[in-house]
Design a protein. Structure first.
Length: 457
């Protein structure tokens, strides 16, 4: 039974339509496909000129069905193009035909036939808003085929043509899936700038719903890969924090332990600044750190205001972090068999030095450069380089007086600033003296008054 909207059709030509369609199906089964198509084209013209959208859609669907059933793929492609180009063709009818034909793509017997059908469907749906979702799905299938062939660039370009975030008829979940696929392919071709632009299309608020936890994990895993490219360890730590707080992760002890270990590592590797200090303090407040004591101790080394020796780090944590154990498996982040692992290990050593310089800057106003190098177990040149980097990043304030070989950690002030500061402190001191004098005089007066009362008695 075909439903119709009487307000949009001028003539109802649906009478005996089922019988006529059954007759055409019988002709196609007997091998008379062309005769069946001739009858259907006559019926299609009548329905189209009468603006009978449901009947026209039914006829178009029947045409492609008959071609598919007898495996006439070339005829199917020709009819798809021909029917969409008919003058005054109804949008609803074309949409039904395209939706029906899209189900045949995965049933194509050969790769060549499948590619041809996809190209024909993408051609007839190009620029048509009412079939934009079907075109997007076809493009994704074609992109997957190109990727399987090893043509990553072509696969990425195909998906980048789709602006699915503007599709009103597509569900949010499917939109996010398309965008994540675009991110993945851009990462595969190392197009990091475009990946970052695409990632901005997804709002983190979308992942509040627990029904999309799989998409949330995939999004943050791709974001971690993107941040690894430019060694943005602070962002990686934040992304792992989001993964750690996902309910599906918290249900598995082994998974949240692994994520928490990585949070500690990347929190420690993050360059020293106020945000980094807040980050590692927040991680240290997690009670689950008790379950991974080695990583808790490592984190405490960078929280405490004490100098940490690199040799001490190696002796205490090298086996636990690099090799791991049964209770605390290795994260694989410091794997010395790959360049990234070696880079992170070298970065950890730099972070130990940076931490020690920040600690010394808190305790010393000035120090000999040779003595500082001795405390850091570095050469004078290496010490100068580390201090310069920390000063450039505004982590500490320092000035090196090379003729005298002294490092000053106190910021020098202008004469007028010093004078104003001295005036303020002097004014506060005089105020305290005046208040103290008043209180002493008051106590003396009260005591004298008390003595006079005793004498009168």
């Amino acid at each position: 039974q075909v439903t119709r909207n009487p307000a949009t059709m001028e003539v109802d030509i649906s009478q005996n339509m089922d019988e006529k369609l059954s007759e055409c199906e019988k002709l196609a089964t007997e091998g008379k496909l062309n005769e069946a198509l001739e009858i259907l084209y006559i019926l299609e013209k009548q329905a189209r000129t009468a603006c009978d959208a449901p009947t026209t859609g039914l006829i178009l669907v029947t045409i492609v069905k008959l071609c598919f059933r007898v495996s006439e793929w070339d005829t199917l492609n020709e009819n798809i193009v021909l029917l969409t180009k008919r003058r005054g063709q109804l949008k609803q009818a074309v949409a039904k035909m395209v939706q029906e034909t899209c189900t045949y793509v995965d049933q194509a017997p050969t790769k060549a036939i499948k590619l041809k059908l996809i190209e024909v469907l993408r051609q007839v749906t190009d620029g048509k808003i009412y079939v934009e979702v079907e075109r997007a799905r076809l493009t994704r299938i074609l992109s997957a085929m190109k990727e399987k062939e090893g043509n990553i660039d072509e696969a990425a370009k195909l998906l980048q043509e789709l602006q699915v975030e503007t599709y009103g008829s597509m569900e949010k979940r499917e939109k996010v899936e398309f965008i994540l696929e675009q991110m993945r392919l851009c990462l595969a071709r190392k197009d990091y700038i475009r990946t970052q632009i695409i990632s901005k299309k997804i709002s983190p608020k979308f992942f509040i719903n627990n029904e999309v936890q799989d998409l949330k994990l995939k999004f943050y895993e791709l974001s971690i890969c993107l941040s690894e490219a430019d060694s943005s360890y602070d962002k990686i730590c934040q992304y792992y924090s989001e993964i750690y707080n996902t309910p599906v992760i918290r249900e598995s002890e082994n998974r949240w332990k692994e994520i928490l270990r990585k949070m500690v590592i990347y929190g420690v590797l993050t360059p020293s600044n106020q945000d980094q200090k807040k980050m590692i303090l927040r991680i240290s407040e997690d009670k689950n750190l008790e379950m991974i004591p080695n990583y808790k101790e490592l984190l405490e080394c960078f929280i405490s205001q004490e100098i940490v020796l690199w040799n001490s780090i190696i002796s205490r944590f090298q086996d636990a972090i690099l090799k791991g154990c049964k209770e605390s498996p290795s994260t694989g982040l410091f794997d010395d068999t790959n360049a990234e692992g070696q880079k992170r290990w070298a970065r950890l050593k730099e972070r130990v030095v940076e931490h020690n310089i920040c600690v010394i800057a808190n305790y010393y106003t000035s120090i000999k450069l040779t003595r500082l190098a001795e405390l850091l177990h570095l050469t004078v040149a290496e010490t100068e380089e580390f201090i310069s980097n920390l000063v450039v990043s505004k982590t500490i304030f320092a000035r090196i007086d090379r003729p005298t070989g002294i490092v000053n950690f106190i910021k020098s002030c202008e004469p007028d600033v010093k004078l104003n500061d001295w005036s303020k402190k002097t004014r506060n001191l005089m105020g305290l003296i005046s208040k103290t004098t008043y209180m002493i005089t008051r106590e003396e007066m009260l005591k004298a008054k008390g003595n006079n009362l005793m004498l009168s008695d």
